[in-house]
Write a protein that binds this ligand. Structure first.
Ligand SMILES: Cc1cc2nc3c(=O)[nH]c(=O)nc-3n(C[C@H](O)[C@H](O)[C@H](O)COP(=O)(O)O)c2cc1C
Length: 186
């Protein structure tokens, strides 16, 4: 039998280090002729079909206004080799810096939205704001995925997942057990 853990109380704000799902993504946006990028860890899948994603973008971020006003963005998946760029993007403020130029990233046109794809990222997910009811109250955006593309290799990229307090986890070993899933639950 599994041995019981010895446990201690946690300050409630510290639960993030166990729950934050990651991967850290880069959200690119476009508004009034300008592109921007932010780092984001607080996102979740909401539905398969239509493909819906929920994202928390703090209103203090320049990206908040850009995404709210344009009603669209691209969610780009960076890999672990981009960790320095991810941190730098997440610690700089859009209006003061062109993050594509500053961090050597390449904007590419998307098919369905004006926000650019980031060429250097493993995958690019084009999103349209599908429901803005939680934006003003919780800074929570519900997006519908309109189009997505991903690198063909590797099948599972090394992504980075944020645990808070400057600590990241890098995705690792996969455990494939499809035979244990009921049909439809995969
Ligand atoms: C690892 C990491 C994860 C982050 N996750 C989020 C997030 O989920 N939501 C958010 O609003 N800001 C998040 N941020 C902060 C923004 O990326 C940061 O404020 C950024 O500078 C905003 O840029 P902007 O003002 O140009 O939009 C994160 C930053 C880092 C480094």
């Amino acid at each position: 039998m599994k041995r019981p853990y010895k446990k201690t109380d946690l300050p409630v704000w510290q639960v993030r280090k166990f729950l934050e799902p990651g991967p850290i993504v880069l959200v690119s946006s476009h508004w009034q002729g300008k592109n921007n990028i932010m780092a984001m860890g607080w996102h979740t899948v909401l539905e398969f079909s239509p493909s819906l994603l929920g994202c928390m973008i703090t209103s203090a971020n320049h990206s908040f206004d850009m995404v709210r006003k344009s009603g669209e963005c691209v969610i780009n998946i960076p890999t672990a080799d981009m960790i320095d760029t991810i941190i730098a993007i997440g610690n700089s403020h859009g209006p003061r810096v062109n993050k594509f130029t500053r961090f050597g990233l390449t904007p590419e046109p998307a098919a369905t939205v004006k926000a650019p794809l980031i060429r250097e990222c493993y995958a690019n997910i084009e999103c349209r704001l599908a429901d803005r009811r939680l934006v003003d109250k919780y800074n929570f955006f519900i997006f519908e995925v309109l189009k997505a593309q991903a690198a063909t290799y590797p099948a599972y990229p090394k992504t980075v997942h944020y645990r808070g307090e400057g600590v990241f986890m890098v995705s690792g070993k996969n455990i494939a057990m499809p035979e244990k899933f009921r049909k439809g639950n995969l």
